[in-house]
Design a protein around this ligand. Structure first.
Ligand code: MN
Ligand code: MN
Length: 285
């Protein structure tokens, strides 16, 4: 077995000249059901050593890609302190022209990272609408992420994909905000065509947020809030490939290692590598 300092595999580029940076946010403070995603950044790093560096379908090798792993952000108290840390750290990376790849942690970490990127489009892959104004008295909750992102970017710049679970209040608020979303049933019944067309309508630069519960629990059982009738891993791979070099920020959230036999972390990690390979293929990593 290889000895390593628990950095993401093949993250060997020099930091200063690095166009793509990984970092972890081991935070799950607003989780309400199956917490434990604070362990996921390191679980994904462990899992990353399982994979070959060569991606046959793209003809690229991650040993040639330029990315580095800056480790995990530190201690978190309140959700507000997490939000402040993520936003200021990500802002510093963006100011250096870097693409960010953030390993969560729960989905609440996404909104501050999107804000740090200015005004990209944001594509959110999620079983849930996450459109509550506040949840358990916390506007930074994982249940409010899409609401916060939409407030910041405006509805024309946000697309939610794979949604299949929301409250009647969220449905009403999303309707009033004219939130653009495509359900998992739309995709399972009709394919990805509608999604690919919607991606074309978005501004060029895209922040892609992957809440792992968008994928069916048969493939990704160890998530904070598992929800049946989900997407397949191939759907997510195809969305990543369609965006390719348009991605300026990416995150993967909601993997909960205490509930995992390893397959959920393996899939999440493989999808991170899919993003890195797509960026490299596009000359962005
Ligand atoms: Mn979510
Ligand atoms: Mn979710």
């Amino acid at each position: 077995m290889a000895i390593h300092n628990l950095l993401f595999a093949d993250a060997s580029a020099e930091v200063e000249a690095c166009p793509v940076v990984l970092f972890g946010v081991p935070y799950d403070g607003t989780s309400t059901y199956r917490s434990g995603s604070r362990f996921a950044p390191n679980a994904m790093r462990e899992a990353s050593y399982n994979f070959e560096t060569y991606h046959p379908d793209k003809g690229v090798d991650l040993r040639d890609a330029r990315y580095c792993d800056l480790g995990n952000l530190g201690e978190f108290g309140t959700s507000a302190s997490m939000v402040q840390q993520v936003e200021s750290f990500a802002r510093e990376q963006v100011s250096k022209g870097r693409t960010t790849v953030m390993l969560g942690g729960e989905h609440s970490i996404t909104a501050p990272c999107v804000r740090a990127h200015g005004e990209p489009a944001c594509v959110i892959l999620d079983a849930h609408m996450d459109f509550r104004d506040s949840y358990l008295d916390d506007r930074n909750s994982h249940a409010c992420v899409t609401r916060r992102v939409t407030e910041h970017l405006g509805r024309d710049h946000v697309l939610v994909v794979g949604v299949r679970s929301y409250s009647s209040e969220e449905a009403e608020a999303a309707g009033a905000a004219r939130l653009q979303y495509i359900t998992s049933l739309d995709i399972l019944e009709g394919g990805l065509g509608e999604v690919l067309r919607a991606l074309e309508e978005l501004p060029e630069k895209v922040y892609l947020s992957l809440d792992m519960d968008v994928i069916d629990p048969a493939y990704a059982p160890a998530v904070g809030n598992p929800e049946p009738f989900g997407l397949t891993p191939l759907h997510v791979k195809q969305i990543i490939q369609a965006l390719g070099g348009r991605i300026v920020g990416f995150d993967v959230t909601e993997v909960s290692p205490p509930w995992d036999k390893g397959n959920t972390a393996a899939l999440a990690t493989r999808l991170v590598r899919e993003v890195l390979a797509a960026l490299h293929q596009a000359g962005k990593a």
